[in-house]
Ligand binder design. Structure first.
Ligand SMILES: CC(C)(COP(=O)(O)OP(=O)(O)OC[C@H]1O[C@@H](n2cnc3c(N)ncnc32)[C@H](O)[C@@H]1OP(=O)(O)O)[C@@H](O)C(=O)NCCC(=O)NCCS
Length: 181
């Protein structure tokens, strides 16, 4: 796990090919423009205080998967786009420490089903002091039930931008499964 900005920036050489391969799969079917968007987002995200990155490696030291996340800022719009009934203000209130977001978590297809994803998730949250973790996930891919299996529950649905698919917004309260008490 790293929180070091320089290390996180250099890790992009490992992350980009994994992102490109994993999110080219259904239901994502992402292409070069989406990969470029990811690279641009990462330039901002990795510099946010509280950013954390974990890279999983195979026996040869090749990157097999990664997970990263960061805290929600006090001015975040994370909870404002929900298509369902809005959660109460005491749920959506953020102070920069309350909620950690799992931004991306991906394992190369040939390394799945071996506990790598769970290990990445556990390592990413190890030491996180937030009271809850959130993420968004496509309901039409296997990751939605995978996150439920890890202990996340549904908050509602969200569409990140016009024309984008609907995502599930999920949350897990402390204590995080396999994580710190
Ligand atoms: C989702 C993903 C990260 C899972 O990684 P993985 O390494 O295959 O997962 P693991 O082997 O660690 O699985 C851990 C547990 O989940 C269970 N599991 C696996 N797939 C599951 C599924 N689709 N639904 C429910 N549980 C599932 C496993 O049985 C295992 O259970 P256990 O630890 O209780 O015995 C991987 O499939 C992936 O990268 N998918 C494409 C990218 C993606 O969708 N990422 C999320 C975007 S937000």
């Amino acid at each position: 796990m790293t929180t070091d900005r320089t290390e996180a920036r250099h890790a992009l050489d490992d992350l980009a090919p994994i992102y490109e391969a994993v999110f080219a799969e259904p239901p994502y079917l992402e292409g070069p423009r989406d990969v470029a968007d990811f690279l641009q987002r990462y330039q901002h995200e990795h510099a946010v205080p509280g950013f954390r990155l974990v890279v999983a490696r195979d026996d040869d030291g090749q990157a097999a998967g990664f997970a990263y996340g960061l805290p929600l800022s006090s001015t975040t719009g994370w909870w404002t786009g929900l298509l369902d009934a809005a959660p109460p203000p005491d749920f959506t209130r953020e102070d920069g420490r309350r909620t950690f977001v799992v931004m991306e978590l991906a394992v190369l297809a040939e390394h799945r089903g071996l506990g790598t994803g769970r290990a990445l998730h556990t390592a990413l949250l190890d030491g996180v002091t937030a009271e809850r973790v959130t993420l968004t996930v496509r309901p039409d891919g296997p990751a939605a039930t995978w996150y439920q299996h890890l202990g996340y529950t549904l908050v509602g649905h969200t569409r990140p931008s016009n024309g984008a698919p609907v995502y599930q917004s999920m949350v897990m309260q402390r204590p995080f499964l396999d994580g710190p008490e």
